[in-house]
Design a protein around this ligand. Structure first.
Ligand code: CIR
Length: 256
């Protein structure tokens, strides 16, 4: 599958108030902007069109656009983020999806919560991990919304204490997943080839395959070497500031 588009959003001054599981200090906006520019340059270098939306003053975490939508080949689904401070971000993404897709559907149930970070789409199925942000009603509603798009929804396990399912995994090609040991041990990737993150480098499991590149965070040399040895063209991008807010490579874009 080749991606033709990505949607990103600039981080704004409010980023210092972004959600985080553990406070290890405020992110530096200027450094985050520099990393963000490198990330966008990497996406663009593959030939894709990259939309750069303006920062949203009222939403501290809006740079993490992935959580607002699910972008599939046949259409997009607007999510209902389970973090109360992020719920309003999804509706603000909808018009940008409508500009690029003919078919945009919406998760709308009052009890349904689901974030894009909990969804890994492969060429044969959509894996969704329940988490503190994604509940059973959200998964059930997603299943209904995409029922006629040809990809079954399979509910999987998010390890306790992990923000999103995809915090711990990425799709590297049609058959290959990069995953932490603690996630892969659940068996959710049986039938796929699994490459484990190196011991102590679990924080780099959230990478992306975007066309010819695997884009991964800087600072994880053992896993980078494993991926290079497996034949992937790896591009490393600084992620120190997003990491303070539990964000990684997938969170920063919607890709389709
Ligand atoms: C949050 O807690 O919602 C943000 N600070 C981080 C979101 C990361 N998004 C993602 O993994 N898809």
């Amino acid at each position: 599958y080749r991606f033709t588009h990505a949607i990103t959003r600039k981080p704004g001054v409010g980023i210092t108030a972004g959600l985080r599981a553990v406070d290890i200090g405020a992110p530096d906006l200027d450094l985050m902007l520099a990393h963000h520019a490198d990330y966008i340059a990497a996406l663009r270098s593959t030939g894709a069109e990259v939309v750069e939306l303006d920062a949203l003053a009222d939403f501290a975490d809006a740079v993490f656009v992935e959580d607002t939508a699910l972008c599939l080949p046949r259409g997009a689904v607007v999510m209902r983020p389970g973090a109360p401070s992020r719920l309003g971000e999804a509706g603000l993404m909808a018009p940008h999806l409508a500009a690029l897709y003919d078919d945009v559907r919406v998760i709308s149930g009052a009890e349904s919560y689901i974030e894009g970070g909990d969804i890994l789409t492969t060429e044969r199925e959509i894996l969704v991990g329940r988490s503190a942000r994604t509940n059973a009603a959200g998964v059930a509603e997603l299943r209904e919304r995409v029922a006629d798009w040809g990809l079954p929804v399979r509910e999987v396990f998010t390890p306790p204490g992990v923000l999103h399912f995809k915090t711990d995994c990425s799709l590297l090609d049609a058959e290959t997943v990069l995953a932490t040991q603690r996630l892969a041990a659940s068996g959710c990737f049986d039938g796929y080839r699994v490459i484990h993150t190196a011991a102590g480098e679990e924080a780099c499991a959230n990478a992306i395959r975007f066309n010819d590149l695997v884009i991964m965070p800087d600072g994880f040399p053992k896993t980078r070497d494993i991926l290079v040895a497996a034949g992937f063209a790896v591009r490393v991008v600084g992620n120190s500031e997003c990491a303070k807010l539990d964000g990684g490579m997938s969170c920063l874009s919607l890709r389709f």
